[in-house]
Design a protein around this ligand. Structure first.
Ligand code: NAI
Length: 280
């Protein structure tokens, strides 16, 4: 059973679509013959990305220099897509940054990470959904979260907070859409594993063996949309789904078992966590 919006007459808008996971997803949408709009801040990547999307079979391609942290720019984009093509059918709020953060570090980093990773997704959804609902056509909103928004590992608190917010927002969006009369829209939370992209490259030229490619991630996304999954939990070559399940289960267990916060990384719980993962 295919998702009803994954058809050639759909219009897909992908933020952060000039590279990585966004571009790979845009390529898959193009491969279905859709009109594809990619919005990104890095216009230097547009010519190559547009050529890629045309070669993949896109009906039409538009590149738009948009900073998703700027709500007015998102409003302009939504209107521009509506004026050109009648509206949007698939919206993928995927633009994200991970500059690194510290608990007591620079305020501007915290604000920028939240502005792009959370507000970019929330405003993208809120700005586009209205006309997507009114159109009455089948559609989908895919928001890119992270496993760091579920198990919240130490090391990058601003990023974790932004991705926790994306998860909560997208869950609420799914509930809202399924209770909105006349809406034929589904919402989905894409939870990539470790994917080799500009975000995670860190100076490397070769994909680490444990990472997935953006293309593998996009294929998993499309298969999951066709299955109707809300939580699109991607494995990678190091972390199978079963291990993610253990890690998530341990994380929620911190509350249920009244353990310290982030006990997975607490020395007193290291052995217990290892035993839990091993199934002892
Ligand atoms: P990427 O860096 O290749 O792609 C992100 C794109 O977003 C870039 O083209 C960038 O120019 C664009 N972008 C950044 N800030 C923007 C803004 N303010 N407005 C518009 N565009 C902007 O990295 P990747 O890995 O493809 O990231 C895509 C999403 O996947 C992000 O939300 C990231 O947090 C998420 N993610 C990635 C993982 C990975 O292992 N690569 C793991 C989990 C989540």
């Amino acid at each position: 059973m295919a998702h009803p919006a994954l058809t050639a007459d759909s219009v897909a808008v992908v933020t952060g679509g000039a590279s990585g996971i966004g571009l790979a997803a845009a390529r898959r949408f193009a491969g279905l013959g859709m009109t594809v709009v990619i919005a990104d801040t890095r216009d230097s990547l547009f010519a190559k990305a547009a050529a890629d999307l045309r070669a993949a079979g896109a009906r039409e391609v538009v590149t738009a220099e948009v900073d998703v942290a700027d709500r007015a720019a998102l409003e302009w984009l939504e209107k521009d897509v509506a004026a050109r093509f009648g509206g949007t059918d698939i919206l993928m709020n995927n633009a994200g940054i991970q500059p690194g953060s510290a608990m007591f570090g620079d305020d501007t980093v915290w604000h920028r990470v939240l502005d792009v990773n959370f507000w970019g997704v929330a405003n993208g959804s809120r700005v586009f959904a209205r006309r997507m609902i009114e159109r009455g056509r089948p559609g989908a909103i895919v928001n890119t979260g992270s496993k760091q928004g579920i198990t919240t590992p130490p090391g990058d608190p601003a990023y974790n907070v932004s991705k926790v917010a994306v998860k909560a927002f997208t869950e609420a969006l799914a509930h809202e859409l399924r209770n909105t009369e006349g809406a034929h829209l589904t919402a989905h939370l894409l939870i990539p594993g470790f994917v080799f992209t500009d975000l995670t490259r860190g100076g490397r030229t070769e994909k680490p063996a444990g990472a997935w490619t953006p293309e593998e991630t996009a294929d998993f996304l499309l298969a999951s949309l066709n299955r109707g999954d809300f939580y699109i939990l991607c494995p990678d070559n190091d972390v199978p789904r079963a291990l993610d399940e253990k890690r998530m289960s341990w994380a929620i267990g911190d509350i249920i078992e009244n353990r310290p916060a982030l006990s997975r990384w607490h020395p007193d719980f290291a052995a217990k966590f290892a035993a839990f993962v091993a199934g002892d």
